[in-house]
Design a protein around this ligand. Structure first.
Ligand SMILES: [Zn+2]
Length: 466
């Protein structure tokens, strides 16, 4: 059968996201925006005045209620980006907060906050993934400059207090930290809090608390807060009520039972079972003889480093963006005349190694049928990627593999002539092999949820030639 029409390729995309409707802002919305902008610029007294006016003049509006909260003696005033390495939806967003900073001292906190990203940049593990992080300072005013404890109570933004450890480690109210993050907007529930009059630090559940301004403490507490790492030091700091197992702390010395058994099995040099961890000399074990940040060293040991990288990828998708762009469903079908189709993904860029990108063209019947709609939920949305789970095995060899693109952009061209008529899935997977040049062992040995891998897929229909 002959045809006067050129061959056609139908491209079907399955992503849904519509534009936001625009409307004129109300006077109270404008005022709120102005107050936030002043706080963002560091003019905290102005911001406080504007919030006070907004709360008084528009008490029965959502903005007025927000302003009333922000007009309290200890309150959130606004925020400003310190380091922005990319879109917040696909970065580890670290909020920096101060407790016990009165209005006139808040500039001092701003300076302290500026010093935190360079700490991350100097630490070897965090430096490799530095571009995966954004840092933002939250401006919190406290009525008092003090820390609760020893029978005294102060009115501060995060309720900083002295805990019952021997040395009086500092802690804050997790509920208050969360409330301040919610004032900011969409967040990853991660914060580093500096308590002006506190000592030492504590960390867990996403929040690190630092007394004063101690660089070494900051990275150690971040290890607790971000990746739930345990203490590898043996010095007793407080009554812990038993050893809690962490990726780097064990309550048994059985090399097959310790949480880092896969590192021992792989025969990685320097990894074993060493007694003395979790604040006790006996009955708790760690993976190396010493020197991890979680003890008091400069470098994270391999099991800690693995946990940090996996945690980063529980938030950051290895694929930053893709083209063709996701369309609303109503634009799902695109007609392309006789031209090759070009697909592009942009992947994340660690400091010293590159992600690997592979492409497949899979006939419909042979395609892994993981629906794109399900995978889409775990992309760039402040969702925990661990919920996605492992990706389906692809029983075919890739059509192309690319590596070492400095720009992070990888392209794949599909020609009409390549394909029989029928429906295909073009599938792209990017993977961080975590293998750095000159190193024999990847930073991540076990990744049961495929966090280091991301996928994009498109449907292509090649019509029957007539
Ligand atoms: Zn460690």
């Amino acid at each position: 059968m002959a045809s006067c029409f050129p061959p056609l390729i139908w491209l079907i995309l399955s992503c849904a996201q519509g534009p936001q409707p625009l409307s004129d802002p109300t006077p109270q919305a404008t005022l709120l925006e102005r107050a936030e902008a002043r706080a963002g610029e560091g003019h905290y007294a102005d911001a406080a005045t504007l919030y006070g006016r907004l709360a008084r003049d528009h008490p029965d509006t959502p903005e007025g209620r927000t302003a009333a909260r922000r007009s309290q003696s200890s309150a959130y005033l606004g925020s400003a980006a310190i380091v922005e390495n990319g879109p917040g939806e696909n970065r580890v967003d670290v909020a920096l907060m101060g407790d016990g900073y009165q209005l006139r001292e808040m500039r001092g906190f701003d300076k302290l906050a500026e010093d935190i990203p360079p700490l991350f940049e100097r630490q070897a593990t965090l430096r490799e993934y530095y571009t995966y992080f954004n840092f933002r300072r939250l401006a919190l005013v406290s009525a008092d400059n003090g820390v609760d404890g020893f029978g005294r109570e102060y009115d501060t933004a995060l309720d900083g207090r002295t805990l019952g450890t021997y040395a009086g480690h500092v802690g804050v109210s997790a509920e208050r930290v969360r409330a301040m993050l919610d004032e900011w907007g969409e967040h990853d529930s991660l914060a580093i809090v500096f308590v002006k009059q506190g000592v030492l630090g504590t960390g867990g559940g996403g929040f690190a608390t630092i007394g004063g301004r101690n660089a070494k403490t900051t990275i150690h507490e971040w290890g607790h807060a971000f990746a739930e790492l345990g203490d590898e030091y043996a010095t007793k700091t407080h009554e812990r009520g038993g050893v809690s197992r962490r990726v780097n702390v064990s309550d048994t010395d059985d090399p097959e039972e310790v949480p880092w058994a896969h590192w021992i099995k792989a025969g990685v040099r320097g990894i074993g079972v060493y007694e003395g961890a979790s604040g006790q000399v006996r009955g708790a074990w760690k993976p190396t003889s010493g020197g991890c940040v979680m003890e008091s060293g400069e470098f994270f040991c391999p099991p800690c480093r693995e946990a940090l990288v996996l945690r980063i990828y529980s938030i950051v998708d290895p694929i930053e963006s893709c083209s063709p762009l996701p369309h609303p469903r109503r634009h799902a079908v695109q007609l392309v005349l006789d031209d090759p189709l070009e697909f592009e993904v942009e992947v994340m860029r660690p400091e010293n190694h590159r992600l690997e990108v592979r492409w497949w063209v899979i006939p419909e019947r042979g395609a892994p049928m993981e629906p794109e709609e399900r995978l889409q939920r775990y992309r760039n949305r402040h969702t925990d990627r661990r919920g996605r789970g492992p990706l389906a095995m692809i029983p075919l060899d890739p059509a192309a593999t690319s590596r070492g693109q400095r720009s992070g952009r990888h392209r794949f061209r599909l020609e009409r002539g390549d394909l029989e008529s029928g429906r295909y899935r073009v599938l792209c997977r990017a993977r961080d092999r975590t293998l750095l040049r000159g190193e024999r062992t990847p930073w991540v040995l076990e990744d049961p949820d495929d966090l280091l891998v991301s996928q994009r897929a498109w449907w292509v229909v090649v019509p029957e030639a007539r």
